[in-house]
Design a protein around this ligand. Sequence first.
Ligand code: PMP
Length: 289
Amino acid sequence: MNALCWMNGSILPASEARLPVLDHGLLYGDGVFEGIRFYYGRPFRLDAHLARLARSARAIALDLPLERPVLAAAVDALIDALGAGEGYLRLVVTRGVGALGISPASCQAPNVFIIAAPLQLVDEATRARGARVIVASTRRLPLDGLDPRIKSLNYLNHVLARIEAQNAGADEAILLNAAGRVAEGSADNVFIEHEGVLYTPPVCEGALAGVTRALILELAEERGLPCREQPLAPYDLYTADACFLTGTGAELIPVREIDGRPLPQVPGAHFGRLAEAFRACVRRECEAA
Ligand code: PMP
């Protein structure tokens, strides 16, 4: 099944969708986006994604040209047209076409498009045996550079970190912040388990406020699993009992090795309960909707 694209109110094969070369999203990475899963033909946690999109847009002074109900209706229409129960959506808002200079002042109208694809982003074998992870030498950008809470079209340091992982024969890279503490994965948030307690770095350490991360914190609390948002060093990763990654694409993936150091538990003691709770939440919110 081929990917489809919603663009300016019409749906067409993604391979035929076109954007002008003068769009500042392409020229400068000037824009914002969301990655959204759908299950049972329904988008998962769409409100949280659209709220984050709105925050990202406000943070870069980009006026979203479409109201939330219009975006939600476009998402529904696209999922229906794709005809797959499960898949991934990429909602992108660019600054739009402007002059060649960097200033967005000449950009008249943002472009909005949504791509839908039935594919899984993660290799199921990796999910089953656990991911091999490295700590990348490429750092997450500091808050006063480009705030990592903005889900912008600038992903180059994540791409470079992922190349490092690939070159090391690993599945994913963890980026540190400028102070050398753990920020997040190249496209996911990081949790560790240590002596029965779950830890994840606070968002101000340089992480995206992940929708899946927030859900895991919620599910852990509901189940009385001790969970702390706390700064972490690479040392904490290396000495953890277990580690897992969370994200829209990743869902939950156990980690089996970090920088060549095998983790003692793959998955950790709490992983199974959280993964099951995650599945139940998806069913409750999407299947029943
Ligand atoms: N961090 C980064 C840099 C990401 O790109 C993603 C994927 N959106 C995440 C974390 C996970 O966030 P979410 O659970 O909202 O997909």
